[in-house]
Design a protein around this ligand. Sequence first.
Ligand SMILES: [Zn+2]
Length: 344
Amino acid sequence: MDSLLQEISTGKYKKIIVMAGAGISTAAGIPDFRTPGTGLYSNLQRFNLPFPEAVFDLEYLRDNPEPFFMLASEMYPTHFEPTSFHDFIAWIAELGYLKRVYTQNIDTLERKAGIDPDLIVEAHGSFSGNHCIDCNAEAENAEVESIIINDKSIPRCKDCDGIVKPDIVFFGESLPDRFHQLMETDFDDVDLAIVAGTSLQVSPFNQLPMMVPKGIPRYLINKEKVGNLGSRKNDVLILGSLEDHNVVFSKFVKVDKKEESQSTSEIEESVSVSEGTSSVVDTAERTESESLSEKPDSEAKEKELTEDANYDGSDIESEDEDGDEDADERSGFITSLLKKLRVV
Ligand SMILES: [Zn+2]
């Protein structure tokens, strides 16, 4: 039974590295910039940015901090809760098997899910800290948050009156030292890699999966095939909407936490007995109704476990076509924002 979740729960892998992108936070309801007419989009238009990326440009920020801080007030992590996928990573950490999660997201939802910050690398920075852009003095998080969200104002440095910016990596800024330092050694000793919710288009993050030594299984849990995932013998592609997979993860992780007495053999039995023919849409519908009751019945759990077990990458080609369509949609102004902010 080669279900990823079961293998993890039974301790087959003890040094797991997760590499995650915006896709794992989509279910958290991070605002969709792509939809013209939404508050966020309209608000940005009103600033008449000289070029879209200006909102994340350090020099532009100096003279015109309002657009960024307006965006920051909308994007502030306080507004969002971790998704099931974050819970899944936290579950691996609780088991003691998470070596590191490398995230492109600035939303700090990994921290909010309860993962030890030592195990997290926020490759593109995050809202978890703040520094003055002139003298680099650190500013208190709660204070900055209150100024951005409540006062809708610009946080200023107490020492030099410079603008205080959340530690999000802006254009032209280098990635955090922590990213470069840890990637040097982390991948030397890993026994499972999981890549999820990313288009792997942003460098140097997109190099990480290639640093996984050959022979080590790499799982891709994603809407489409990306990077060179799928080119190695040990690669496993679990394609489809991550929000649907979230369901599988949440059920499994919850069940595992609630019924710790349930043995692995029982889980295996339930998986092999059920017929894994339900579609992804079916899963999504069931989830909606179940989330109301919050009490998943065992039958649904069996079905979902089976579904996960059945994802063996055989649907790569059909999913690939969908992926191309999605890729076409990812262009222009809004995409740039997305890439930088939620970091696609
Ligand atoms: Zn300062």
